[in-house]
Design a protein around this ligand. Structure first.
Ligand code: GAR
Length: 203
């Protein structure tokens, strides 16, 4: 059984979907802990499922490195096989990435390498593209530059706002995330092998 730690910053709707999937007896992974950089609303989902949580408040640390060191220390307590960034809106310091990668994956609301960064949905809308997407990647030292494990196109519709577009992307993101976690757990997807493939050039 693959053990998974999930890191969030916000509402945790993708976390919720993963918890729902993992509660099924046939699913080959279990979420063992949920962490966050702030008092995230998504902690409520962990509580619903009886999953332990930890908080490493960004605002309590003087540097990204100190925050990351505490986050890594909290993760180590749970010795997860896989760490999922599911809406964690902070960049991890390089030593934390190096400690966990390639067993460190991130979901992103765009068709990477298009529209990386904190505003993937807003940036796609601003660019006026007809379609954007959702991606799951291995985390590397860059901002959403790691090897792509899964991605799928999502149309941008006339009149879309950042909210309506994001709400259309999220169900796709959830499906991709759950499928990637399942495939990692069954051995169908080898993260070390996937991480060895050079990333696509960014636009
Ligand atoms: C998700 O769309 C996730 O991909 C995005 O934040 C949202 C979190 O939603 N993350 C990023 O944009 C990271 N660059 P949730 O808290 O409802 O799961």
């Amino acid at each position: 059984m693959l053990t998974v730690a999930v890191l969030i910053s916000g509402t945790g709707s993708n976390l919720r979907a993963l918890l729902d999937a993992a509660s099924h007896p046939d699913f080959p992974a279990r979420v063992v802990v949920v962490g966050a950089d702030r008092e995230a609303a998504g902690f409520a989902h962990a509580e619903t499922f009886g999953i332990p949580t930890f908080l490493v408040p960004w605002s309590h640390f003087d540097s990204r490195e100190e925050w990351g060191a505490e986050l890594a220390a909290q993760l180590r307590v749970w010795t997860p096989d896989l760490v999922v960034l599911s809406g964690l809106m902070r960049l991890l310091p390089a030593d934390v990435v190096h400690e966990w990668a390639p067993n460190l994956i991130n979901t992103h609301p765009a068709y990477l390498p298009e529209f990386p960064g904190a505003h993937g949905v807003r940036d796609a809308l601003a660019a006026g593209v007809a379609e954007t997407g959702a991606s799951v990647i291995v985390v590397d030292d860059g901002v959403d530059t790691g090897p792509i494990l899964a991605r799928e196109r999502v149309p941008v519709l006339p009149g879309d706002t950042e909210h309506t577009l994001h709400e259309r992307i999220k169900p796709v993101e959830r499906r991709l995330l759950i499928d990637v976690v399942r495939r990692v757990a069954t051995g169908e997807l080898d993260l070390a092998a996937a991480a060895a493939v050079p990333p696509e050039p960014t636009r």
